[in-house]
Design a protein around this ligand. Sequence first.
Ligand code: AMP
Ligand code: ZN
Length: 295
Amino acid sequence: LTDADARPLPTGAPGVFCYPEAFEQLLAELRTAIAALAADEPFQRLAVPPVIARSTLERAGYVASFPQLVGTVHSYAGTPREWAALAPLVVTGGDWHAHQRIGDLVLLPAACYPVYASLAGRELTSPVRFAVEASCFRQEVTSETGRLRSFRMAELVTAGDEAHCLAWRDRWLDRVGDWLTGCSLKPVVEVADDPFFGATAKLYQAAQRAQQLKYELRVELADGLVQAVASANVHRDHFGEAFGFTSAGAPGQTACTAFGLERIALALLHAHGPHPRRWPAAVRAAVGAPAGADR
Ligand code: AMP
Ligand code: ZN
């Protein structure tokens, strides 16, 4: 445990940072706090890799809705002979990637997608619950504080019927709001929408807002810069339809509560200073630091 400055270090790539030990310590504490919030529900914990089958993301509707954010994974598909011609271009700065071909994997944009895919074919006789975390990638075009391209997302996910998903989402929205308030972060809760792309974007966003599918908890990350640190979502039967799972004979419904771990940490560093171990004891306890950690 160190009393060092926890602030992330830029890498030269916009939206990509390196994280000092003190920052990672804070993330570990946040995981503990989130687990404590979730302790009274039987979540199944899953570690999720940072890639997902391209077919799964296509089937989930993500590619059609957010093509601008998807990071694809390409690899070399040519012959050794062809490579001999391309290899010099790596050094000279030419188009060495002319023979790269898209593969069966893409970068994971949110931690919950593999969960919905895993439910394919199931009839849910009672609600299921998962707690997941993954490194996520989104090809963001701006890079203000907290807008990262590579970031870690913890999610609580459930599937069941409509009444369960709505009540669960509302309960988690309250719970996360209370937790952030306990961390002295003054969260503002707002109906939100996702960054749909293209001609139909406004239509989809308006529908999403009208149905109140997405709520965000927004907090200041830098002077005058407020960003969502968490979201609480219902998806109605979107994923039940896409992946073929049911509840009471109807397409299954789903909900998720997502925590942007770097954003929560950055908001805390902004509010309380760059040295977590010097924060007020009540804040340290709320963020999940073990008792006596700062002695
Ligand atoms: P979303 O699926 O967009 O609701 O994202 C869930 C949470 O992940 C958000 O509330 C943020 O805290 C976090 N998040 C989303 N996009 C980014 C990003 N580009 N950089 C850092 N955190 C993000
Ligand atoms: Zn989610």
